[in-house]
Write a protein that binds this ligand. Structure first.
Ligand code: HPA
Ligand code: ZN
Length: 338
């Protein structure tokens, strides 16, 4: 292992773009399908893995919603979240800001509180056992209606203390941010922090829309902002963090090879780029694998890697005191490792 590879594995870092349902490994999917008597289209773990061939976002989403159908009980959500957090402990992730998709569960008859309680209990236990801090972000599915998003927001109000933010995910094309302008305004009034997926498959225009119509504090992905120089300059000057996901982009064919990933160009344009795993079980790697992929594919220097890791804290929703402590911890690691 090279020095930079070891530096990546051992450095403290935050993960800011992670769908908890996208951490469901095929082994757990099979086990839960049997326990919960859910019929899957696959006969084995190998068949599940073999099905993970995507040419666009929707190919993945179809399997992602099918996969999460095995999650039924609070314990299932706990086990799912716990497995991810154990991985984080292993990969020196000290802070996580994770998404969950309540409508992916309530739509099939699993209560909002069942999913939420399982996830929350695992997050709290990981804070106590591993010292990993967290924020939980609830996403609206953008292929569903505004009305359904409002219903989901109403359900979230009973869990105001456990849910920190509101986001927007699922099929991007044909579902511009403006569709959710009113419900995001209501979420802001209720005190939720706002983020949205934008510019993953959608145009730079959708990134504009997320910033101006939805008033988000951070953009998930944001790749296609590169097509609009004025927008990119704004994102850089306002230090709006982009939560980029290299292996996801490769597996969903947003790029043909890692050397085409926009992270380096954006970093060098002064954008607050962060590196994340999105749906690691489906895209072939957790957060450290994403750093390795981008390090190799874009020939990044140690300074680039340090900036990306520092950005993971700077772009987080930790408060200023917590950010300073996390950055000091990173800098101490960096000084001792270099
Ligand atoms: N994009 C949009 N929706 C999603 C994703 C993603 O990367 N992962 C899970 N839902
Ligand atoms: Zn995502």
């Amino acid at each position: 292992m090279t020095n930079i590879a070891r530096f990546i594995d051992e450095m403290p870092k935050a993960e800011l773009h992670l769908h908890i349902e996208g951490t469901l490994e095929p082994e757990m999917m099979m086990t839960l399908a049997k326990c919960n008597d859910v019929e899957l289209a696959y006969g084995s773990v190998d068949e599940i893995r073999a099905a993970y061939q995507f040419s666009k976002l929707q190919d993945f989403l179809d399997l992602y919603y099918q996969g999460m159908s095995v999650l039924i009980t609070e314990q299932d959500f706990f086990d799912l979240t716990w497995a991810y957090l154990a991985k984080c402990a292993d990969e020196n992730v000290t802070h996580v800001e994770i998404f969950f998709d309540p409508q992916g569960h309530t739509e099939r008859g699993v209560a909002f509180s069942t999913a939420l309680n399982g996830i929350t209990k695992a997050l709290e236990q990981a804070e106590a056992e591993f010292g990993i801090s967290h924020k939980l972000i609830m996403c609206f599915l953008r292929h569903l209606s505004e009305e359904q998003a409002f219903e989901t927001l109403a359900q979230a109000m009973a869990h105001r203390d456990e849910i920190f933010g509101v986001g927007l995910d699922s099929s991007e094309l044909g579902h511009p941010p403006e569709k959710f302008e009113r419900v995001f305004k209501a979420a802001a009034e209720a005190g939720f922090v706002l983020v949205a997926h934008a510019g993953e498959e959608g145009p730079a225009e959708y990134v504009h829309g997320a910033l101006d119509s939805l008033n988000v504090a951070r953009i998930d992905h944001g790749n296609n902002a590169l097509d609009d120089p004025a927008l990119l300059e704004r994102i850089a000057s306002e230090q709006i963090a982009l939560t980029m996901c290299p292996l996801s982009n490769l597996r969903l064919c947003a790029i043909d090879k890692m050397s085409e990933h926009p992270a380096r160009a954006m970093l060098e344009a002064g954008v607050r780029v962060t590196i994340n795993s999105d749906d690691p079980s489906y895209f072939g790697g957790y957060v450290n694998a994403n750093y390795h992929a981008i390090h190799q594919g874009l020939d990044l220097s140690l300074d680039h890697i340090k900036t990306l890791a520092r950005n993971s804290y700077l772009g987080s929703f930790l408060n200023e005191t917590e950010k300073r402590a996390a950055l000091n911890n990173f800098d101490a690691y960096s000084a001792s490792a270099s």
